[in-house]
Design a protein around this ligand. Structure first.
Ligand code: ADE
Ligand code: ZN
Length: 342
């Protein structure tokens, strides 16, 4: 993935303190762990080798990706499976210079096949606590609703999550966007807001109604952040709205190159250069073959980013996070010290 990037630059980017704000825990399932969990749970997989699993990763759009993504989750059954998934990701993220991560999880992808909500969240939570203690990485959970299911099912999931309110920082919306606008979930997000959750939402790349969905997310739902959302470049009013509200955009360049024909580097860098709160993230790194630092390096290679732009992206990753002002300040000072060589 790092191709022609100089080794010293790759090392600089990996060491640069960063936050990750767009990461699906279920999208970190590497084939090796998939085999281990299948064995643990007595599941026979159709593929025999890691290579055979990777050969099934042929995506040309979001729908074809999701068709591979959901069935793979059948190996996740017990709390310790969810723990191992999250802990392996947090270990990799830590090695990649990630200091803080706000991670999506999809409870309905598990409760819908009979796995209790409690198994999912207790496994993820114990990994977060262990990673904080052993690695010093900080992590929060964002619970996503599956937008291709009903609003009633989303509301029931929100109710199921309330006893775990303190373990979940915010709610999001993911899965297949076609025909599933933000407005469909207005009541769910309004209730989540009243319960004290922060709000974010996928506005995926080049969807049939991308601009209208972004408008609804901003004006009708009142999100605190937008996942992807780069189609705002097609409408100056949306750009100004995002700027005026100080909304962070969680962009995922390598993921973009799998679900569309492009990384969308011109759009991402154009928005960064206009001083919008653009961040870089990995989305589903096990499937797209690129963790957080790889995304910085891939965009750098494609768009010829300068070092100060890479540093600005790292600063933005904390500025767009849901950290307290004091912790944000601490991480920004860490970046300053790192860049100064201290
Ligand atoms: N679920 C996992 N990754 C996703 C993405 N990029 N968009 C929508 N839903 C997802
Ligand atoms: Zn995503």
């Amino acid at each position: 993935m790092t191709g022609t990037v100089r080794p010293d630059l790759a090392e600089f980017v990996r060491g640069l303190p960063k936050a990750e704000l767009h990461l699906h825990l279920e999208g970190t399932l590497e084939p090796e762990l998939k085999f281990r969990l299948a064995e643990r749970n007595g599941i026979r997989l159709p593929e025999r080798t890691v290579d055979e699993v990777r050969q099934t990763y042929r995506f040309h759009d979001l729908t074809s990706f999701l068709q591979v993504y959901y069935p793979a989750m059948e190996v996740l059954q017990q709390p310790r499976d969810f723990h191992d998934l999250a802990f392996e990701y947090l270990t990799r993220a830590h090695a990649d210079g990630i200091r803080h991560v706000e991670m999506f999880f999809d409870p309905q992808a598990h409760t819908g096949r009979g796995v209790p909500f409690q198994s999912v969240i207790s496994g993820y939570r114990s990994a977060i606590v262990q990673a904080r203690r052993e690695l010093g990485i900080s992590a929060e959970l964002i619970m996503c609703f599956l937008r291709d299911h009903s609003a009633e099912y989303a509301m029931a999931t929100l109710m199921e999550a309330l006893p775990y309110r303190d373990w979940i920082i915010g709610v999001g919306l993911d899965s297949d966007e076609r025909g599933n606008p933000p407005r469909k979930f207005a009541a769910v997000f309004a209730r989540a807001r009243r319960e004290g959750f922060l709000l974010t939402m996928h506005c995926d790349i080049d969807q049939p109604d991308s601009k209208e969905h972004i408008r609804q997310a901003l004006e009708e739902i009142g999100v605190d952040r937008l996942d992807h959302g780069t189609n705002i470049v097609e409408d100056e009013r949306l750009v100004e709205l995002v700027r005026a509200k100080g909304i962070g955009l969680t962009c995922c360049p390598v993921s973009n190159s799998f679900v569309t024909a492009h990384m969308k580097s011109d759009e991402i860098v154009g928005l960064l250069d206009r001083d919008l709160l653009v961040t870089l993230n990995s989305d589903d790194p096990a499937y797209f073959g690129a963790y957080a630092a790889d995304n910085y390096l891939a965009l750098r290679e494609q768009a010829g980013l300068a070092v100060d732009q890479l540093v600005r992206l790292a600063r933005n990753s904390f500025r767009a996070s849901w950290l307290t002002p004091a912790r944000l300040d601490g991480y920004l000072r860490e970046i300053d010290a790192y860049v100064a060589g201290g």
